[in-house]
Design a protein around this ligand. Structure first.
Ligand SMILES: Cc1cc2nc3c(=O)[nH]c(=O)nc-3n(C[C@H](O)[C@H](O)[C@H](O)COP(=O)(O)OP(=O)(O)OC[C@H]3O[C@@H](n4cnc5c(N)ncnc54)[C@H](O)[C@@H]3O)c2cc1C
Length: 376
């Protein structure tokens, strides 16, 4: 029998959470292995929208496809409000390129990156964790589960969720429409409670997507088809047609157990209103990697990580949940505020640029009163 290879930290999943965790742990001096079952570059269903807090935590300038300066906003496909800001609102990236770049950054920091390498089993054996893969076994002092929404490690930890949504996307060849979408995104507040749709341009392609609470797949698909038709994009060649779940953790859900920590989607860390997840993945990954390296063999691992996530991401998730509750009840008011008022648009642009956070914005008296009046 071949002996398991020894590492300080093994990270399962090389999305934004896993690669950030591996990079942070390696930079802190740990011996790290980063495993992903996919061969990179791999396609990932995602708008690839990079808001300010994501950009601020990336290891340099990412391989960006578009610098977004304008937005058009509609309510259920109605009249469009055009908005622009001073400079960049967000950037967009193709996830195949972003994730490959993040894994390379982890490798440059010293992590051993193994792809494709599927993790088949994880057993926390008190003194260490045994990770069984289709390429052999590894032993780690800490395992970080960054294996996404249907992750094996999060099942082991027993994550509990407050919300699960279904996101559907079409990746379209932009062709002759590329120029009109070069620096513009589109947002549509949708017909299903809490739903919205988007167009995120990526140079030679356009990602058109919708998201709504899981459980109404036919209506969610119909919403996507309607959005594509209303925007006159139905003649474009479809490059990818896919769907993926997003999930938000319940406030009391565990972020780890024993020698296991969870980061990103695996932990249910996501902004509940916009379902923005890359910044949560990168930030939680960095925290998990740094804390794992500092607490390889002591009881401080779980309390340190739980406290850090609670402090740094908890308030944003709680504010997002209240925002979503208000948005579910009164999307038309959100539309009027963001699409129709300078104050609302300014707050929204500051949010996506990372100049404020949702919880800080909601501490402003006017916003707080408005959200409360809307039932959030
Ligand atoms: C339709 C849609 C659009 C979205 N658009 C945006 C957006 O524009 N901006 C934004 O910020 N967020 C967006 N999100 C959310 C964002 O995609 C996620 O929050 C983000 O990908 C989470 O990163 P992660 O690293 O936690 O997980 P993932 O990116 O899912 O990475 C998990 C990795 O784990 C690997 N893995 C899984 N199981 C195993 C195993 N057993 N062994 C080895 N490897 C394994 C997978 O191959 C994968 O590479 C969107 C989500 C959806 C569904």
């Amino acid at each position: 029998m071949v002996a398991a290879e020894d590492f300080d930290v093994v990270v399962v999943g090389a999305g934004p959470a896993g690669s950030s965790a591996a990079r942070a742990a390696a930079e802190a001096g740990a011996r790290v292995a980063l495993l992903d079952r996919a061969a990179f570059p791999r396609y990932k269903t995602c708008g690839g929208g990079l808001i300010g807090p994501a950009l601020a935590h990336l290891p340099g300038a990412p391989p960006s496809r578009a610098d977004i300066r304008r937005a058009s906003v509609t309510l259920r496909g109605g009249r469009s409000s055009e908005r622009s800001g001073d400079g960049t609102l967000i950037q967009t990236a193709a996830r195949s390129e972003l994730d490959t770049w993040l894994a390379e950054a982890a490798s440059e920091a010293g992590a051993e990156v193994r792809t494709p390498c599927a993790v088949l089993q994880v057993s926390d054996e008190t003194e260490s964790v045994l990770v069984t893969t289709d390429q052999g076994s590894l032993r780690a002092r800490v395992v970080i589960g960054a294996d996404g929404t249907s992750g094996r490690v999060s099942r082991l930890v027993g994550v509990s969720l407050s919300r699960v949504d279904l996101g559907l996307e079409l990746e379209l060849e932009a062709g002759s429409r590329a120029a009109e979408w070069a620096d513009r995104i589109h947002l549509d507040w949708g017909p299903l409670p809490g739903s919205y749709g988007w167009v995120f341009p990526k140079g030679d392609s356009l990602t058109v997507g919708v998201i709504a609470a899981k459980g109404r797949p036919a209506e969610t698909r119909a919403y996507l088809a309607t959005l594509v038709r209303q925007l006159g994009l139905d003649g474009l060649r479809v490059l990818h047609d896919s769907g993926h779940l997003t999930r938000c953790r319940a406030p009391s859900s565990p972020l780890g157990a024993g020698r296991l920590l969870l980061a990103g989607d695996a932990a249910g860390l996501l902004e509940p209103w916009t379902r923005e997840g890359i910044s949560f993945a990168v930030r939680s990954g960095e925290l998990a990697g740094t804390i794992a390296a500092a607490h390889l063999d002591d009881d401080g691992l779980q309390p340190a990580y739980t406290a850090a996530i609670g402090r740094q991401l908890g308030p944003e998730m709680a504010a997002g949940e209240r925002c979503l509750q208000a948005f579910e009840r009164r999307p038309a008011v959100f539309h009027r505020l963001i699409g129709g008022t300078d104050l609302g648009w300014r707050q929204f642009s500051r949010l996506v640029r990372g100049e404020t956070t949702l919880d800080r914005a909601m501490r402003r008296r006017t916003v707080r009163v408005a959200v409360r009046a809307l039932g959030g």
